[in-house]
Write a new protein. Structure first.
Length: 112
């Protein structure tokens, strides 16, 4: 059955694969919203692009692509001390206390 291309029929392209790809991107964007919770307040975008290429006098190729634009995943900043060893700079941080590079662990205290 021939179908006219319209918003309601885009999902039917490539035997319904366009619908599956679009639905999957919608699902992944929603999951990302849920995973990060309300703290980030940034939008997720699902981008659907329809491309037409004229093949000959009476045919046009229709190509659908769908992708997402998600905010970058970003952990909190870690504070480090700038130190020099043999004239070379290096950053030293406390892996168990990212907000305080001078924090000592119990095993370090025992050694002191």
């Amino acid at each position: 059955m021939n179908v006219q291309l319209a918003l309601d029929t885009i999902g039917d392209l490539d035997g319904g694969m366009a619908r599956a790809v679009i639905d999957r991107n919608l699902e992944l964007a929603l999951r990302d919203c849920e995973d990060r919770g309300q703290d980030d307040g940034k939008p997720r975008k699902v981008l659907i692009e329809v491309e037409f290429v004229k093949l000959n006098d009476n045919q046009v190729s229709i190509d659908v692509s769908c992708g997402m634009k998600l905010p970058a995943m970003r952990p909190k900043a870690t504070i480090a001390n700038l130190e020099f060893s043999a004239g070379q700079p290096r950053l030293m941080f406390q892996a168990l206390a990212p907000e305080d590079p001078s924090q000592r662990t119990i095993d370090e205290r025992i050694k002191e």
